[in-house]
Ligand binder design. Structure first.
Ligand code: ASP
Length: 361
């Protein structure tokens, strides 16, 4: 070997410690990267043909994070979202609460879910996770292994939002397709397309762009850190059923729900809150039996307005329209109203109190 080459190599070797510190010195550097906990529940995002992706495999599908976020993977369940139960919700919310309480170092949590009931799980967590730190729910419309699998992209975006300090205090967020939506407002509005989740006229909370995560608004309804719902003493969530109004809808389904054990009912009423006459009579019976009945609209948008005051306070004392247990849902969708009523029933049976909750959450 030529003398100049030999001395050049020797010089480089001598310089090496300056360029790359030895492993011991490197380990001593504090790791400033945000840590996000991934809690996987299943759904299409994991539904590979043959076997479902585990939480660890989902994490491995987003190497494009380039090590900028430390992801801890945890498997909660691995099922279709339609297989989750109210007991699973209790366990999931408790687990997220416990994790956040025990780990000050966590920037946030990402929960993966099947998209079919994703907005329900997101709203349940929105009402029961008592932390300001971001909890982000993500899913996918196309399964792993298919052309255009959106799961890795959505998961990557969800992790970025959960790691983002500006996401704090905005309640549980739903992230798919580069869009950030509030758990309270978002619905799955398409059975097939990638752009399946929208919040209608309430609009986006923010977007996940290539360069950064951008927020447009802060949801104003009570949520997360500001919730009054505490699962500490709750062993089970009460049964609440949803009945829909349609032309000539019978009242006997309302009666059947009460007979089957429903402790409250939600009516997906027509338009601004109308039901069939037969339903109106059956709802009156349910109210008489002490079951709160929440009126929502099946239209997908707009509020149920507060009732006009009873014209003559002594007239028709049993008129169900004026029962204190008849609750207007504001603009909550029927499936979200069911969740709020279940949680309300863990605290009170008082109609005025339940109505207050429907105005605040
Ligand atoms: N059936 C699936 C589920 O909700 C649908 C999905 O994840 O997109 O689990």
């Amino acid at each position: 070997m030529r003398t100049w080459l030999r001395s050049w190599i020797a010089a480089c070797v001598t310089c090496l410690p300056l360029v790359a510190p030895p492993p011991a010195a490197r380990a001593a550097q504090p790791d400033e990267r945000p840590v996000v906990r991934l809690v996987a529940t299943g759904g299409t995002i994991a539904n590979r043909t043959g076997s479902r992706l585990t939480a660890a495999e989902l994490t491995a599908s987003v190497p494009a994070l380039d090590g900028r976020i430390v992801v801890e993977a945890e498997q909660f369940s691995n099922v279709a979202s339609g297989a989750l139960t109210r007991d699973d919700w209790l366990r999931l919310a408790r687990r997220v609460n416990r994790t956040l309480a025990a780990r000050d170092d966590l920037a946030g949590v990402v929960v993966t879910s099947g998209t079919d009931t994703l907005e329900e799980t997101a709203y349940f967590l929105n009402l029961t996770v008592r932390s300001e730190r971001p909890v982000v729910v993500v899913g996918a419309m196309r399964p792993p292994g298919t052309v255009g699998y959106d799961g890795a992209a959505n998961l990557r975006q969800g992790l970025r939002v959960a790691a983002e300090p500006a996401a704090r205090g905005r309640g549980v967020l739903v992230v798919l397709n580069n869009e950030i939506n509030a758990a309270r407002d978002v619905s799955k509005t398409h059975a097939q397309r990638l752009h399946a989740f929208t919040a209608g006229s309430r609009g986006l909370v923010g977007v996940v762009d290539r360069d950064r995560v951008l927020f447009y608004r802060r949801p104003l309804h009570r949520h997360t850190r500001w919730t009054e719902f505490d699962l500490a003493g709750v062993e089970r969530l009460p049964r609440v059923d949803i009945l829909m109004t349609y032309l000539d809808a019978p009242g006997d389904l309302v009666r059947a729900a009460v007979e089957a054990g429903a402790e409250g009912l939600v009516v997906a009423a027509a338009g601004a809150g109308s039901t069939t006459e037969d339903q109106r009579v059956a709802i009156g019976e349910a109210l008489d039996r002490g079951r709160p009945v929440v009126i929502t609209t099946r239209t997908g948008g707009g509020r149920i307005l507060p009732r006009r005051p009873r014209p003559d306070p002594d007239a028709a004392p049993n008129d169900p329209r004026y029962s204190p247990l008849r609750i207007e849902a504001e603009d909550l969708t029927p499936i979200k109203a069911r969740i709020l009523l279940m949680l309300a029933l863990t605290r009170t049976r008082d109609g005025a109190e339940i109505q207050r909750m429907f105005q605040q959450y």
